[in-house]
Design a binder for this molecule. Structure first.
Ligand code: SME
Length: 169
C-alpha cells in the first residue's frame, strides 16, 4: 500500500508545491493504468491544499472534454472545446486563471459555491490530451505560483504516461 503524501499545510503554497512535487513524481508509474495515475494525482493535490474545493481532469475525445478522475462534488460530464474555462483553456492550449468566476464570460458552474478557478492544458508536443481543472470556494485562490507548479505536474504526466493509448469509450 502506498503511503499517504506528507505535507505541512502551515507552509506557503510554493513550499507546499515543493514538498509534494517529488512525491507526485514518485506516485506516477507508467507500468500502471493511466486512470490510476491521474486519480492519485487529484487525490494528492486535494490532500495538500485546503483551498481546493474540486480538482480533476477532463479528457479530450474529438472536440469534447469528458469528466475524468477527480476529487470533490459531482461535476459536469461533457464540456465542448471552446466552452467554459476548461474549453477555452483547451482551445487556446494555455493555462487560464480566473480570479472571479462570475466575471468570466461563459463560465460553467458545476458547483454554485465555486468562486475562482485555474485550468491547465495537458499537452505533449503541442498535442492536447485534456485539462487539469481546480476550483476554490474563495476568490483569487490561484496565481502564477499555482500555474508554475501545476504546469510542471502536467508535464510530468505527459512525459511519463503514454496518453496516446488512453481511449475514452
Ligand atoms: N467551471 C468549469 C467547469 C468544470 S467544473 O468547474 C468542475 C468551466 O467553466 O469550464
Amino acid at each position: 500500500m502506498t503511503e499517504n503524501i506528507s505535507v505541512d499545510k502551515n507552509k506557503s503554497d510554493e513550499e507546499i508545491y515543493l514538498q509534494i512535487l517529488p512525491q507526485i513524481k514518485s506516485l506516477i508509474n507508467s507500468d500502471e493504468p493511466i486512470i490510476s495515475n491521474l486519480s492519485n494525482v487529484t487525490a494528492a493535490l486535494k490532500e495538500a491544499f485546503n483551498k481546493i474545493s474540486w480538482v480533476g481532469f477532463y479528457l479530450l475525445k474529438d472536440d469534447e472534454l469528458y469528466l475524468g478522475p477527480f476529487q470533490g462534488k459531482i461535476a459536469c460530464t461533457i464540456i465542448k472545446v471552446g466552452s467554459g474555462v476548461c474549453g477555452k483553456s483547451a482551445l487556446k492550449k494555455e493555462t487560464i486563471i480566473v480570479e472571479k468566476v462570475d466575471e468570466f464570460p461563459g463560465h460553467i458552474a458545476c458547483d454554485a459555491g465555486s468562486k475562482s478557478e485555474i485550468v491547465i492544458p495537458l499537452l505533449k508536443n503541442k498535442k492536447l490530451f485534456g485539462v487539469l481543472d481546480l476550483d476554490s470556494y474563495n476568490y483569487s485562490s490561484f496565481n502564477q505560483i499555482d500555474k508554475k507548479y501545476l504546469e510542471k505536474i502536467c508535464v510530468l504526466l505527459t512525459e511519463e504516461l503514454d496518453l496516446e493509448k488512453f481511449i475514452l469509450t
